[in-house]
Design a protein around this ligand. Structure first.
Ligand SMILES: [Zn+2]
Length: 468
């Protein structure tokens, strides 16, 4: 006993050197409060001031002016020249992205993703569908392949989803989300980021998420590293009496759509149903919202479900391919003003008209999106292969990870929260190491690890998988 006791300091020292590990001192085991928001980046803060409610108003009114943007509506040269139908809307969005590209010296690459959707339930005959997007390439060779993405759908619909004749102004659903993606492109293209940002507008959401499905599948098949996708759909802040313009809902999936059977078994056994990548993104948006609250003007309200009852959206196309993605939607929808022919009946005005949209509100949502995109594109990649060592039965918790790919991490932080808490509660800075042991039982809390750069930009946190 005595001899082994004497050897202990040396053994501990050797173990520390070999594992690059730190042991959180017992007196410090509470950590600091994770409610401490991320550091404000003054460049990002200044960019948010460039987001213009007036430009957003002009873009939404322009999109509504194409009469209908139903995916089945005309897209031949004559209709494009006449300015009615989805073809004209698509060409206009493309020309706007090209104008932003010109204004930033060609920093944006404007692209289309076109394909023919075969006939189906909501597609009477094979139909050409085109997604339009602009790419702001990351400036760091090691980080340019990392992608964060913002999207909205530019198609619209009247009461009957097959009616190509009726007007479908779609000002809120979803010219508002399209305008968010476009305004983020205009403002953020004036900046440079280590990672890549894609500003996407998709078609055929209303016919069955066809545009986003095609795009997300292409991204998966081509091995794109999309770290986060922000879907904005119905973010117009409809001016109904019970609207709350101070919040925007952020929906995130719990059990991941792409979870394997093995994942589901682990989630069932250990309580991971509240810790999908998409839910980490939702918490990250809450963090961004607190840090930039003065610049943004709207507060994210996290809703821990994939989407609203009986409704779906383009974020789920990304989720299905295994990507992290959330949906932004106004607090209270007015169902007289969406998926309705424009008309007045019994004194009630129906139809998705621009006059019901609150353009200041949309600009606040655009700022929250821009702040999230800019923060993630400035941050290091999340740490890789984060593991929680569970071989020995003990009351400490040892975590290991591999360095954040791309070499931008200056240090790492271990986060934890009670299993019943919606957001991260505590943080322990552990330095530039790849292992940490905390004097706190893994059975009682949920852990995560994030990478932080020299300026305080935070990566998305990663919840460890158990290593036996
Ligand atoms: Zn929509």
């Amino acid at each position: 006993m005595i001899s082994s006791f004497e050897k202990r300091p040396l053994l501990v020292a050797v173990w520390l050197v070999l594992s690059f590990s730190i042991v959180a001192p017992a007196q410090n085991q509470a950590g600091s409060s994770a409610a401490e928001p991320m550091a404000v980046d003054s460049r990002i803060s200044a960019a948010l001031q460039q987001v213009s409610a007036e430009r957003i108003r002009a873009n939404i009114e322009k999109l509504a002016s194409f009469g209908t943007r139903l995916t089945l509506s005309a897209q031949d040269p004559a209709a494009i020249a006449a300015g009615r139908g989805i073809g004209a809307a698509r060409e206009w969005i493309k020309s706007e992205f090209e104008r932003y590209a010109k204004d930033c010296g060609g920093c944006l690459e404007v692209k289309t993703d076109s394909f023919t959707e075969p006939a189906g339930d909501r597609i009477p005959q094979p139909t050409e569908i085109t997604n339009v997007y602009a790419v702001l390439k990351g400036t760091d060779a090691e980080n340019t392949k990392r992608i964060v993405l913002v999207t909205g759908h530019y198609d619209s619909r009247p009461s009957d989803v097959l009616d190509v004749k009726a007007d479908a102004p779609g000002a809120n659903d979803d010219a508002s989300g399209t305008a968010v993606s476009m305004e983020c492109a205009r403002v953020l293209s004036k900046m440079k980021f280590p990672a890549t940002i894609i500003f996407l507008t998709v078609a055929s959401e209303e016919q069955g998420l066809n545009g986003s499905h095609h795009f997300a599948k292409m991204a998966k098949d081509e091995g794109w590293d999309i770290e986060a996708a922000l879907n904005n759909d119905i973010v117009g802040g409809d001016k109904s009496a019970e609207q709350d313009h101070s919040v925007v809902r952020v929906f995130s999936e719990g059990l991941p759509a792409a979870a394997t059977e093995q994942d589901v078994r682990r989630i069932r056994g250990l309580g991971g149903e509240n810790d999908s990548g998409s839910r980490q993104l939702a918490r990250y948006i809450a963090d961004v919202g607190r840090a930039y609250s003065k610049d943004v003007g709207v507060e994210p309200l996290l809703v821990f479900r994939l989407d609203r009852y009986l409704r779906g959206g383009d974020h789920s196309s990304f989720n299905q391919q295994g990507f992290t993605a959330v949906r932004f939607t106004e607090f209270r929808e007015d169902f007289h003003h969406q998926h309705q022919n424009v008309r007045t009946e019994n004194g009630i005005e129906y139809g998705d008209l621009a006059k019901f949209v609150d353009f200041d509100y949309v600009s606040h949502v655009a700022r929250l999106n821009a702040a999230t995109l800019a923060s993630l594109a400035s941050a290091p990649a999340p740490p890789a292969n984060v593991h929680l060592l569970t071989k020995a039965l003990d009351n400490d918790s040892a975590l290991t990870w591999e360095a954040s790919p791309g070499g931008r991490a200056a240090e790492y932080e271990v986060l934890w929260r009670a299993t019943t808490s919606p957001e991260w509660e505590h943080v322990q800075k552990v330095g530039n190491v790849l292992r940490a042991t905390l004097n706190r039982s893994k059975d009682n809390v949920i852990f995560a690890v994030r990478a932080v750069d020299a300026d305080g930009h935070r990566s998305l946190p990663v919840v460890p998988v158990p290593e036996r």
